[in-house]
Design a protein around this ligand. Structure first.
Ligand code: HEM
Ligand code: HEM
Length: 177
């Protein structure tokens, strides 16, 4: 499939919507009260699960959009920067997916039948308390930290392009002026 030279509005809306939701999601994740064994999820956790599922849906849609509307890396970039930026972008997709899925496994491990979205109870991914959900659910924190590191690398690179290299890479993801 021919690669487009620039991101379209749909890709930009997906990008910035996911950024905003991730900021809110990390804030709730860190600020919500610690889970007490056997206690039902509180309202902060219900929000966390709802937003997490929306992020999961958006990242899958975003990825599907990207597969059918591929965009070429900026042609002003040296080869090593094209390769590393593409790799970091794939890593970001993978880590958002892994973080959201492992959170869902954690909630399934607890057997939380909360109704986070449109009144539909959260589907359980496996039997509560089973070894598989315990294992994958336990990766949620580590996946979140990995995602945060990848975001740090990505955002640092974006700002380096804007303020040090002073090229037009940052403009590629901003609204057209
Ligand atoms: C990409 C989306 C998500 C991000 C960035 C995220 C981030 C976080 C963070 C930072 C914490 C606090 C961890 C700590 O104590 O240090 C947390 C905890 C938690 N999250 Fe998420 N989360 C996401 C999606 C989800 C989803 C979709 C669910 C459930 C369906 C979920 C369920 C939980 C649960 C049950 C906890 C408490 C258990 C734990 O600390 O591992 N999360 N999340
Ligand atoms: C202040 C925060 C951010 C800034 C300034 C920023 C900036 C950018 C820029 C300029 C690009 C285009 C790079 C290029 O192709 O030349 C881009 C692409 C991308 N960004 Fe961000 N970004 C930010 C946060 C995030 C976050 C939190 C994520 C996490 C999911 C993310 C995921 C991506 C992905 C996956 C792409 C590649 C798009 C694609 O080809 O599908 N970004 N970003």
């Amino acid at each position: 499939m021919t690669k487009q030279p620039a991101y379209g509005n749909t890709a930009k809306v997906f990008h910035w919507l996911i950024v905003v939701l991730l900021v809110v999601q990390f804030a709730i994740g860190w600020l919500m009260p610690d889970i007490q064994p056997g206690a039902p999820p509180g309202s902060a956790m219900t929000y966390h699960i709802s937003i997490g599922l929306i992020i999961l849906m958006l990242i899958i849609l975003r990825l599907a959009w990207r597969l059918f509307h591929p965009v070429a890396p900026a042609d002003t970039l040296p080869r090593w920067q094209r390769l590393t930026s593409e790799s970091v972008h794939w890593l970001l997709y993978g880590l958002v997916f892994a973080t959201a899925m492992s959170g869902w496994f954690f909630a399934s491990f607890r057997g939380w039948q909360v109704s986070p979205l449109f009144g539909v109870p959260l589907p359980m991914l496996a039997a509560p308390e089973s070894a598989a959900v315990r294992l994958v659910g336990g990766w949620h924190q580590a996946a979140g930290v990995g995602l945060l590191i990848a975001i740090g690398v990505h955002v640092t690179a974006a700002f380096m392009h804007a303020f040090v290299f002073r090229d037009r890479t940052m403009q590629r993801m901003l609204p057209r002026s």
